[in-house]
Design a protein around this ligand. Structure first.
Ligand SMILES: [Zn+2]
Length: 293
């Protein structure tokens, strides 16, 4: 149970185990008629300006799926039904860690089916002014490189390079919280967004000051959160990725454009059966096709 960052709605989610081949499916159980099912796939993304929103054909939507999607990627969860009784995934503490913690408490089971991955076969990039996103082939696993440069001195220039596996995800990425500038919070609220935003579920920055009493969880927490978002957004391809992602000052919308560009070009990627030697060496239980127990 928690509050949606943008809608401010109080929402509960429940993760259910699912069979191999189900994928990740969101199910709105608060609607008349038993609930609409929305597969977490690129083809269902209807908005990625502030957060990533998916919807079914009739327009029933779930917003801010990216942090939960990122947690699924980090833990190697391919099949799960996410029951949700409102329009937005709860913000929790602004990071993916509460989802990781809850899934680890519930436990994961390995399914008797091969995992498939998307292997990037050639470089693809998308530039939008100073923003740049790209993917390129890699030998093993997914590496996410990210760079940001904010005028607010408390953020400034930061970069990270994460070879994504369960340990690096849990330790470096999952605890990084979303963030906002104090000046933007007013504008967002006027636009009907960030209604549930607070110091409980976001880092708030004003110039060179961080308003949260406890400060930061990592020196480069801001850019690590951008990596968290990119991992979650890329998992809307439905598969783990073998390749290197670079984001420079980019947003959800840029990642969405890039991934659409990649998927539209059959020579840019291929679906492969995932073998242990294709993953980062530290990835635990590499062949797990997992569901929530
Ligand atoms: Zn985020």
């Amino acid at each position: 149970m928690g509050v949606g960052l943008h809608s401010g709605s109080r929402v509960a989610i429940k993760l259910h185990p699912a069979e191999a081949g189900t994928g990740i499916v969101f199910k709105r159980v608060d609607l008349v008629g038993g609930g609409a099912e929305i597969p977490a796939r690129w083809t269902n993304v209807i908005d990625s300006r502030m957060c990533t929103v998916i919807a079914d054909d009739s327009g029933v939507s779930v917003a801010t799926v990216e942090h939960l999607m990122s947690a699924f990627y980090g833990l190697g969860v391919d099949n799960v039904v996410v029951e949700i009784n409102g329009p937005e995934v709860p913000a929790m503490d602004g990071s993916a860690y509460p989802f990781v913690f809850l899934m680890e408490c519930a436990g994961l089971i390995e399914l008797d089916a091969p995992r498939q991955a998307i292997r990037i076969r050639k470089p693809v990039s998308y530039a939008n002014g100073a923003k740049l996103v790209s993917v390129e082939p890699a030998e093993v696993g997914l590496t996410v490189d990210f760079e940001i440069d904010f005028r607010a001195a408390a953020i400034g220039r930061q970069s990270c390079s994460v070879a994504v596996d369960t340990e690096s995800f849990k330790i470096d990425v999952s605890r990084a919280r979303t963030f906002g500038l104090l000046s933007d919070v007013t504008a967002l609220r006027e636009a009907g967004l960030a209604r549930g935003g607070s110091l409980e579920n976001a880092i708030v920055v004003d110039g060179d000051r961080i308003l949260n009493d406890d400060g930061l969880r990592h020196a480069n927490e801001f850019v690590l959160h951008k990596a968290l978002d990119a991992i979650g957004d890329m998992y809307l391809t439905g598969h783990p990725i073998i390749g290197r992602f670079l984001g420079r000052c980019s947003s959800h919308a840029d990642t969405a454009k890039l991934m659409r560009q990649v998927l539209a070009d059959p020579s840019a990627w291929e679906l492969v059966e995932l073998r242990t030697d294709m993953l980062a060496p530290a990835w635990r239980e590499p062949m797990a096709l997992a569901a929530i127990a």
